[in-house]
Design a binder for this molecule. Structure first.
Ligand SMILES: C[S@@+](CC[C@H](N)C(=O)[O-])C[C@H]1O[C@@H](n2cnc3c(N)ncnc32)[C@H](O)[C@@H]1O
Length: 627
């Protein structure tokens, strides 16, 4: 099978360069004219800023443009309109592995075409019309840009192999496709919807045929679109267009729908290289070796510490645990208490309750230094009203209240979660007592054996990561397991984990040439794989929620996982995660994300950072790489 994607063996009908970048327009069987590079072009080169002719939605649809040849050339535009690109804009053919990105500027009425990677001499320049190829109105065929290589400028993640048809097959397929396309259009009678349906059916049929051995090629999985830029909201359209899965985002109207496409992805996560999932052995890594006696034999300095990962909720909770955090409140001195009924009425009807005071009881009774009983009533936050305003409000409600003294008092900032907190806070002002599970910010709640077990998990991933590094991978490793039964938490809601289920993985984005082979995803995938084979496939879940991929399991990982992996952990219902190296720029736990403990998500888990002595240099990864 030839994978030659250059024009040297083609039969050019148009030669000669057409702009300073030495681009040429040439015709190819099965795909018509296309734009070609006559010299190497660097990544990020602007090929053209093409002016456009815009037709409104009404003009386009009223004129039934989709039924004309123009239907094949329109770019989706603002408010459902369609634009025809002048210059070479309309001659870029489609590829699911494009080497050209395009960005629309509605205000300027232009489309800018830029190379997304380095392009070789004679290579065809292609854009991606749609990340979802079932939405195309033709079967993509023939030449494609060559796959990106490691030497291309860019982030190195675009090195994805393009799948090719052999030239003879390609030509035959192209002829057949054209014929079928004509037939489809005749049958569809210009009805865009049914034409689309027919196109999809045809595409599915072709995929089926290829799967069944009609063609020895592997069928490329659905490409993944990575969209960037922001733009006007547009209504969904049934137009054929060179961006049929338009990016629809709100924001500035200068950039719209730039779509990069990664296609021809390697096999799914459960698989190994090109093997099918079912061919990959399902492996359970060995149990953690640990000393139940605990870490007592280790000098303190070698043991290290565990700190709860600090997302926004943990930061808020830390503030709540601080007994000295106070807020200032206006209180009415209602002593000796003869007007208490009127004062309490005023607190209910005369002044709105500030949310920040919900945890405060209304009334405080104290005995002053002279031995007199005093009754204070909390009215409002000191920062919301001054004394004159508050007195006027009291007077207008009941003149006698306006004559009572007002004082500013220090009160606790939040309710008490423990009896110790309650005792301290009540000395300032009586607060509500809302006991809950105490979430310590350090390992205070961990038993010695649990600490020893955690230590063993940390040691294991640190060693595995160095082994991965020696193999040429990133120095990242993951180990996921159930805690030993002796360490099961005593809480009522604890669901026992699936017995014997364990997974281990490294980050394999380097060896697999795939940007999504993060260690955590690989580990979850290996557990998923195990759950499909005996004995795990035969286990009936003990109760609702027991059969998520990582229900009640603990995961050790060298580096703080990225947001994507953190969400995958959340969806898998992991119970706790221990990591060593924080990733301030791209981590999903600490900083502003706090994926593990968000109140707006449907599962929360504990995330702990281990801070022991370790050769951080050996595990260093650039800040902007997501783990
Ligand atoms: C915007 S035009 C591109 C220029 C066109 N090839 C020409 O000769 O004018 C879109 C049309 O090009 C053809 N085309 C684009 N990409 C293709 C591909 N990958 N395989 C086959 N045909 C393609 C389809 O017929 C499509 O309707």
């Amino acid at each position: 099978m030839s994978t030659d994607t250059t024009r040297k063996d083609a039969d050019p009908v148009t030669t000669g360069t057409i702009n300073p970048l030495a681009l040429s327009v040439e015709e190819r069987p099965g795909r018509g004219r296309g734009v070609f590079a006559s010299a190497p072009i660097r990544a990020g080169t602007v090929l053209e800023v093409a002016p456009v002719l815009v037709l409104t939605k009404e003009q386009w649809e009223g004129g039934r443009m989709d039924d004309t040849v123009l239907g094949e050339y329109g770019f989706c535009w603002a408010r459902g309109g369609m634009a025809l690109g002048l210059g070479i804009a309309s001659l870029f053919n489609h590829s699911s592995t494009p080497n050209v990105n395009f960005v629309r500027n509605f205000a300027a009425g232009t489309i800018t075409f830029t190379t997304s990677r380095a392009v070789d001499t004679d290579e065809e320049l292609c854009i991606c019309y749609s990340a979802d190829e079932t939405k195309l109105w033709f079967l993509p065929n023939g030449e494609r840009p060559r796959p990106a290589t490691p030497s291309d400028d860019g982030d190195g993640l675009e090195r994805l192999a393009a799948l090719q048809l052999a030239p003879d097959d390609a030509e035959r397929e192209a002829r057949e496709d054209k014929e079928r396309a004509r037939e489809t259009r005749r049958q569809a009678g210009g009805n865009t919807h049914s034409a689309k349906e027919a196109r999809r059916a045809k595409w599915r049929a072709k995929q089926e045929k290829m799967r069944n051995g009609g063609n020895s090629e592997i069928v490329a999985p659905q490409p993944v679109a990575v969209a960037s830029g922001s733009g006007l909201l547009s209504e969904p359209t049934s137009h054929r267009s060179q961006d049929s899965d338009r990016t629809v985002t709100s924001g500035s109207n200068t950039v719209f729908g730039q779509t990069e496409t990664r296609a021809d992805l390697p096999p799914p996560l459960h698989s190994d290289s090109n093997k099918l999932r079912s061919e990959v052995p399902a492996e359970v890594p060995p149990l953690l070796e640990w000393d139940e006696a605990g870490p007592s034999e280790l000098p303190e300095t070698q043991w290290g510490e565990l700190r709860r990962a600090r997302g926004p909720i943990e930061i808020e909770e830390e503030a709540e645990d601080d007994n000295s955090a106070l807020i200032q409140v206006w209180a009415l001195d209602a002593s000796p208490g003869t007007l208490m009924k009127e004062v309490l009425d005023f607190t209910k009807k005369g002044v709105p309750l500030d949310e920040r005071m919900r945890h405060l009881k209304r009334v405080r009774r104290i005995t002053d230094e002279a031995g007199e009983e005093r009754v204070l009533v909390a009215l409002a936050m000191a920062d919301t009203a001054n004394e004159d305003e508050l007195r006027a409000l009291l007077s207008s409600y009941d003149e006698r209240l306006g004559a009572l003294p007002l004082v500013v008092v220090d009160t606790p900032r939040s309710a008490a979660k423990t009896t110790e907190q309650l005792a301290v806070r009540n000395t300032y002002w009586p607060v509500l007592y809302t006991p809950g599970v105490q979430r310590y910010s350090n390992a205070r709640g961990f038993s010695g054996p649990k600490l020893a077990w955690v230590r063993a998990g940390i040691e294991r991933v640190l060693a595995d990561a160095l082994a991965a590094k020696a193999r040429g991978e990133l120095p990242v490793a993951v180990y996921v397991t159930s805690p030993p039964e002796s360490l099961y938490p005593q809480s009522d809601g604890f669901i026992p984990p699936t017995d014997g289920l364990r997974g281990a993985a490294a980050d394999t984005r380097t060896s697999c040439d795939h940007p999504l082979r993060h260690g955590v995803l690989n580990a979850i995938a290996s557990v998923a794989r195990l759950r499909t084979v005996p004995p795990f496939s035969e286990i009936t879940p003990s109760r609702n929620g027991a059969d998520y991929l990582l229900t009640s399991m603990s995961l050790f990982v060298t580096h703080e996982p990225c947001v994507m992996c953190s969400m995958a952990l959340l969806h898998s219902r992991v119970r706790e995660v221990f990591f060593v190296f924080p990733r301030p720029r791209a981590g999903g736990f600490e900083g502003s994300f706090g994926v593990h403990s968000r109140r707006d998500l449907n599962h929360r888990f504990d995330a702990w950072r281990w801070t022991g002595p370790v050769d951080a240099e050996a595990y260093a990864i650039p800040d902007n790489v997501e783990i």
